[in-house]
Design a protein around this ligand. Structure first.
Ligand code: HEM
Ligand SMILES: *[C@@H]1O[C@H](CO)[C@@H](O)[C@H](O)[C@H]1NC(C)=O
Ligand SMILES: *[C@@H]1O[C@H](CO)[C@@H](O)[C@H](O)[C@H]1NC(C)=O
Length: 481
């Protein structure tokens, strides 16, 4: 504050009183709640009520952990306590503790997502479920994803979709990669899950609805007209109306409907004929969210990192060319080729590490938890900080460099958990890796690219390219199948 502004002074006296009362009452409440025997990890509780809410969510580059975390780590170590929305929050970058959290899901810990997400995604999606209902839904989803992955057409389908998107670039020199990747992954998902092909005019409407629903997850949950949140709720209604129509259609024609006998709606009805429309709708929305956004951002990040590291792009291109038989121009990628693309796998691993698509996972304690001499009381929010483990210099040499070669020498790491762990470990990690590999293969064989405007992945905390990742593309001479 500079000088003695009378307005500021006249406001600051009553304000100071209010704050003082709040501070005292908060300490009183918390003093009572956290009994003398609870020994939380060390930490600075920040301001009363808001605590570190704002510092914790200050946007920062996705390839860093942000100033706040950096400071807390250097003061208190890998596990510390802070205050978030008036409550204690334990933040952990300790791989041992985080593994312990994931392994004890539904026993000592429980998934903990903001309640407004439930309104958009539906309460019947896996992240909101526990116990028996979780197990039933999980076996349904798992069964569907497994049958998808082992289908002989899987690779060919991804190749065709990649081909379609990249052919549409032939006339362009500049693309917004975010939008193009969103189309690519949405087309793949909608065909498998709702049974619609990309030439169906409704697909584009559905894609916009899913993007509006996604935007609502990261907005203030105000149900006023025209807020992103109320647009998200409308989008959900639209999606559910289509799913319902499709499901009723499948019920009427109880035998095969051409091209649609493999989709998730069909799979739900077949495995559980008494399933409710709401359940089907939640399963569809949950699955499209699961397959779409993380995978899309992963490829965006790979294009960004490869674009900045020409040596890695060149090595990736060489590895892929070795796998192609130029005398047979219709040669398709096979599972063996895919498994043998070691450098490509390293690029994917390194992108997942450095880009931190899911920087944090939220949990809360179901009972008092004892770990490494700490006692964390029941009901405490836990933030397992994946990004902080991925950028830990004691686990990865020069963690702030994109360096895919590290994976060739290293293989596995305890600090690498891009897909979570325990029962909630991502059940689509193999599908995701496959789709990403096929897309990258097509991309590096057909195009060269450079980043035009400076755009940087930002953790908000979900990872976004603020400008949509504008990229200049140059078709390569040799065309490939
Ligand atoms: C690069 C892309 C992806 C990343 C980084 C990713 C990451 C994750 C993570 C971290 C979780 C754990 C969430 C938690 O513990 O609360 C998760 C769960 C899940 N993922 Fe993925 N995922 C990706 C792609 C996919 C794909 C393509 C599918 C489907 C084919 C999929 C299906 C699921 C499902 C169904 C769950 C919920 C599991 C449960 O709660 O039991 N994911 N994913
Ligand atoms: C390449 O394809 C041709 C024609 O299909 C085949 O005769 C040849 O054996 C293949 N070569 C390799 C190395 O796979
Ligand atoms: C990359 O990650 C996968 C999945 O955890 C692992 O199997 C593989 O060994 C890792 N390393 C390389 C070189 O790709």
């Amino acid at each position: 504050m500079t000088g003695a502004d009378p307005i500021v002074l006249s406001l600051s006296v009553p304000l100071a009183t209010v704050i003082a009362i709040l501070v005292v009452s908060i300490f009183w409440i918390y003093g009572r709640k956290n009994g003398a025997d609870s020994k939380l990890p060390p930490g600075d509780k920040g301001w009363p009520i808001v605590g570190s809410t704002f510092s914790l969510f200050k946007p920062h580059p996705a390839t860093s952990i942000g100033d706040f975390l950096h400071l807390q780590h250097s003061r208190y170590g890998k596990i510390f306590s802070t205050r978030y929305l008036g409550k204690t929050l334990v933040v952990s970058a300790d791989p041992e503790f985080n593994r312990f959290v994931f392994q004890n899901e539904m026993r000592l810990f429980q998934n903990n997502l903001p309640p407004h997400c439930k309104k958009i995604l539906g309460e019947g999606i896996l992240p909101f479920m526990a116990g028996e209902t979780y197990r039933n839904m999980k076996s349904l989803v798992l069964g569907f994803f497994n049958s998808w992955q082992i289908q002989t057409r899987f690779l060919a389908e991804v190749e065709e979709a990649a081909n379609r998107v990249m052919n549409s670039w032939r006339q362009k020199s500049l693309i917004l990669a975010n939008e193009e990747l969103n189309k690519f992954f949405f087309n793949l998902a909608v065909e498998r899950i709702i049974g619609m092909t990309p030439d169906d005019p409704e697909v584009e409407e559905l894609r916009k609805a899913f993007n509006a629903a996604n935007a609502g997850l990261y907005s203030v949950p105000l149900s006023l007209p025209f807020t992103p949140f109320s647009k998200a709720l409308k989008a959900r209604d639209f999606i559910c109306s289509i799913v319902k129509r499709e499901a009723e259609d499948r019920k009427l024609k109880s035998d095969k409907i051409n091209g649609k006998e493999n989709d998730l709606i069909w799979y739900c009805l077949k495995n559980n004929p008494s399933i409710s429309m709401k359940r089907i709708c939640d399963a569809v929305i949950g699955s499209i969210f699961a397959v779409l956004f993380n995978t899309q951002i992963c490829v965006g990040l790979a294009m960004y990192f490869l674009g900045q590291c020409p040596e890695s792009l060149q090595q990736l291109r060489e590895e892929i060319k070795q796998k192609i038989n130029y005398t047979d121009t219709t040669a398709k990628l096979t599972w063996d080729d895919y498994k043998n693309m070691e450098f490509c796998q390293s690029v994917i691993n390194e992108t997942l590490r450095f880009g931190n698509i899911i920087p944090v996972l939220w949990r809360k304690t179901l009972s008092d938890v004892y770990f490494k001499g700490y006692t964390i009381p029941q009901g405490t929010a836990i933030m397992t900080h994946i990004a902080a483990m991925h950028l830990d210099p004691s686990a990865f040499e020069n963690p702030n460099n994109f360096y895919p070669w590290r994976w060739l020498a290293m293989g596995k790491s305890n600090n690498w958990m891009p897909f979570g762990g325990g029962v909630r470990h991502c059940c689509g990690s193999e599908i995701a890796r496959m789709e990403i590999a096929v897309f990258l293969r097509y991309l590096v064989l057909n195009y060269d690219w450079e980043l035009v405007e400076h755009d940087h992945p930002v953790a908000l905390p979900s990872v976004t390219f603020p400008k949509g990742l504008p990229i200049r593309i140059h078709p390569l001479e040799e065309k490939t199948p």
